[in-house]
Design a protein around this ligand. Structure first.
Ligand SMILES: N[C@@H](Cc1ccccc1)C(=O)O
Length: 522
């Protein structure tokens, strides 16, 4: 319909050059001219669309018009109350007068009351005995005629006073409206075919480009806002966690490569060679190249000894030791492998190696410098586990890992630290549960109360590294090392209300509405 209205406007302009008053336009499919509000809107729509292509220009005129109320429509159809009362009466002297009761029976009380009063006032009817008779034998029902005029033109020639009167009688109401004068624009044509926006190969080969009209460039257009260039939620949360570590005095440790040896991922951490985590169902092994270089022989000797036969106060596992197992290459299952590298490096001075480190000794007063220097280190990086994937597990995720090395640390230090650390992440309620890790004793699982889920969820794993791990590296006996790890994905999912991890790490999905927003607090 919109198209045919545009066509109608253009065809009219083709003949007359201007359309003086759009109120005379009959919208295709409608029998009435464009005076109703809906019709005005339809006309404006068609004009704007032609204006956008410079096919027409137009001027807008504001008008107030009048429309009939439902009572007014009824009067326009059946006559005014007074006329109807008048028509029900006999001419004076030519029949029995009609009583008010009889009139009420015919028209209802309300109509009769108004009608009778006005007919009287007009001098149309008179009283005779107990009833009424016509005094004039013909009348002019001006109310009805005025309403019919308003119905068709929206106004009344005879003037504002009558309009005000009809408004007071609630037979009409005022409407604000618009009408338009329309002129030809620079691109005037009688064809409403949409101008082309692209020059296509088809148009070139068929020659249609010669006769096509083209849409003008709009250099003023602002363009659609782009959502590109924003940070992934995991990166945002990673940055936040990194800042928490940094403000707590931690240094970020290098995490090396994803490929690690069995020695650093497991053996150095005192994970028994027969441990189920080392099996192919849990760990991805690399087939090419299949073997790592051997670790430093002195350290290797101590690690294999503490496993096989014990030492440093431990009885060890007393199980066969396989050199092959230590050289297997795999995708690291935890960043604790990187922590092991760093701790081994940190202990270098304690092993008597010549390292550059100008930090002061950290012993008790009078204690001989054994080379130990305290450290607080963290890393946030990717790890891999050969797991069955589901809504909350993927074969890879990011691990947030931290270690604190100092003399005389206790479990209370670890718990206190965790409370502060998680508190800074917005997790105020934490609980600890004894757990088991081959490389820590005691070990604690960390649970946080999740107010949205209304339950405790596991958020991390921690513990104090065993002497079987620290002493072969060369750390003095009184040095304690805390460690803990958590996934980056879990807090991110909780924070963003994402319940499928694939939404976070999948490749095709987008997370609506969060592209440019800061990470919400938990
Ligand atoms: N490596 C442990 C986390 C951890 C790190 C350090 C000490 C204790 C636990 C894990 O993957 O869950």
């Amino acid at each position: 319909m919109a198209e045919s209205l545009q066509q109608l406007i253009l065809d009219n302009l083709d003949v007359h050059t201007t359309i003086q008053d759009t109120r005379s336009i009959v919208i295709p499919g409608q029998s009435e001219p464009a005076v109703s509000r809906d019709a005005q809107i339809t006309v404006l729509g068609a004009l704007n669309s032609l204006l956008s292509r410079d096919m027409v220009h137009f001027d807008t005129h504001e008008i107030t018009s009048h429309v009939l109320t439902s009572e007014g429509s009824q009067v326009a159809l059946e006559g005014s109350h007074e006329a109807r009362v008048w028509s029900a009466l006999p001419t004076k002297g030519q029949g029995a007068p009609v009583t008010p009761a009889q009139l009420e029976k015919q028209f209802g009380g309300e109509l009769v009351q108004v009608g009778q009063r006005r007919a009287f006032k007009n001098g149309w009817i008179g009283k005779e005995g107990a009833g009424f008779v016509q005094i004039l034998s013909t009348i002019e029902d001006t109310t009805r005629m005025d309403l019919l005029e308003i119905q068709s033109s929206g106004t009344l020639k005879s003037g504002e006073r009558t309009l005000a009167d009809l408004r007071k009688r609630k037979l009409i109401v005022q409407r604000k409206g618009q009408w338009f004068t329309v002129h030809k624009g620079p691109n005037f044509s009688t064809s409403t075919a949409k101008p082309e926006t692209d020059l296509t190969v088809d148009m070139l080969t068929s020659g249609a480009w010669k006769t096509s009209t083209y849409k003008k460039y709009n250099f003023e257009a602002e363009g659609a806002p782009t959502t590109g260039g924003s940070l992934h939620p995991l990166l945002k949360v990673r940055e936040e966690i990194r800042n928490i570590f940094l403000e707590m005095g931690f240094a970020e440790m290098p995490t090396g490569s994803f490929v690690e040896s069995g020695f650093w991922c497991f053996d150095a951490l005192f994970v028994p060679q027969q441990h189920p985590a080392r099996e192919v169902q849990d760990t991805f092994y690399i087939s090419d190249p299949p073997r790592s270089l051997d670790p430093e022989p002195e350290y290797y000797k101590k690690v294999s000894m503490v496993h096989e036969r014990g030492g440093f106060g431990s009885t060890g596992y007393r199980a066969p030791w396989s050199h092959e197992e230590t050289t297997k290459l795999l995708l690291r299952t935890h960043t604790t492998a990187s922590s092991a590298h760093m701790l081994y490096k940190l202990a270098a001075r304690c092993r008597g190696e010549d390292v550059e480190d100008d930090r002061p000794a950290a012993g008790k007063e009078g204690q001989k410098d054994d080379g130990f220097r305290p450290a607080k280190l963290f890393s946030i990086d990717r790890v891999f586990r050969n797991e069955t994937t589901d809504a909350t597990h993927l074969a890879e995720f990011h691990q947030v890992e931290g270690v604190v090395a100092d003399r005389n640390l206790t479990l209370a230090d670890l718990i206190g630290f965790m409370k502060v650390f998680f508190g800074k992440m917005g997790i105020k309620q934490v609980r600890f549960k004894p757990a088991y890790n081959p490389y820590t004793e005691p070990s604690l699982e960390i649970f946080a109360f999740h107010p949205m889920l209304d339950r405790w969820v596991e958020v991390g794993n921690s513990g104090m590294f065993r002497p079987e791990m620290l002493e072969p590296m060369g750390f003095p006996k009184d040095v304690r090392v805390h460690g803990w790890g958590l996934s980056l994905e879990r807090p991110t999912m909780i924070r963003y209300g994402i319940n499928n991890i694939r939404t976070l790490l999948g490749h095709k999905t987008s997370i609506e509405g969060i592209e440019n927003s800061p990470a919400p607090m938990l």
